[in-house]
Design a protein around this ligand. Structure first.
Ligand SMILES: [Fe+2]
Length: 271
């Protein structure tokens, strides 16, 4: 580990602040390894006071895996298609339901990385839930039930502005287990995206939605949630292999909230 890197937990269940690194500069091999391990252990990493041009940001994100294209191309940053703009003024609604990103991909992103470029004066946070802890807290019989289930995933059913070419490329249903083993940490976590899952294996779409919704209500408790309060210049790295996250839309829409998002390639989820 780099001699100046320090990692301090932010919440008893997940989240850690990383101090002593400028993500705008090249990152050496041992620091990259330390950061990958820290992400698998803490599930969310926060770096404050970063100042990143798009190309620097892409280079820093690659510590966690190769950046991959995001499927709503209407929100790509002009000139940098691997960076997505999260910004309500281009017609997006904050993603307020608990989810994990891009489950309709065969190899969904290992991590989602967000960079706070414009931050409202109050509200607009991002919460991250530890789905490893959520899995362990379920009754044994429900864990066994979930272990055997899979979801079929496509693009979000409730998005109306999806481009036909994105639907063509990314709309094919992909099956994933509802419980996945973390490839670095070795632990298991609950894994699904309620609005990308068309249904659960052996269940109707309606029963699938009701079951996932009930699971979220039972599983996600304050004890397993780190709520990130944004400051301009923050980078938040979220481990999608064992968490869910959501945005908070509780901010004044006359103010701007702009996050730059990068997702990085991961493994195919395995039981
Ligand atoms: Fe997301």
């Amino acid at each position: 580990m780099s001699s100046t890197l320090s990692i301090t937990p932010l919440h008893p269940s997940l989240g850690a602040e990383v101090v002593g690194i400028d993500l705008g500069r090249p990152i050496d091999g041992s620091t990259r390894q330390s950061l990958s391990r820290a992400l698998a252990d803490h599930l969310a990493l926060v770096f404050h006071d970063q100042s990143l041009a798009p190309a620097d940001y892409l280079a820093a994100a690659s510590v966690f895996g190769p950046p991959m294209e995001q499927h709503y191309s209407q929100h790509h940053m002009p000139g940098f298609p691997m960076i997505g703009l999260i910004w309500h003024r281009n017609g997006q609604r904050p993603a307020e339901r608990w989810h994990t990103d891009h489950t309709n991909r065969e190899r969904p992103p290992a991590a989602t990385i967000l960079y706070g470029v414009e931050i409202p004066s109050a509200g607009g946070g991002t919460s991250v839930a530890n789905m490893r802890a959520a899995y362990l807290a379920l009754p044994e019989d429900e864990r066994r039930r979930l272990d055997a289930l899979t979801t079929f995933n496509s693009l979000d059913s409730d998005h109306t502005d999806t481009r036909p070419e994105d639907r063509e490329r990314y709309g094919t249903p992909i099956e994933h287990p509802m419980v996945r083993t973390h490839p670095v940490h070795g632990s298991r976590a609950v894994y699904f995206h309620i609005s990308k899952a068309t249904h659960i294996s052996g269940m109707t779409p309606e029963a699938s939605q009701a079951y996932m919704s009930g699971l979220l209500d039972r599983m996600i408790r304050p004890e397993i949630v780190y709520r990130h309060v944004w400051r301009k210049g923050d980078v938040l790295v979220i481990d999608n292999r064992a968490t869910m996250h959501r945005a908070h839309g509780d901010y004044d829409r006359r103010q701007s909230r702009v996050l730059w998002r990068i997702i990085v390639e991961g493994d195919r989820p395995c039981r």
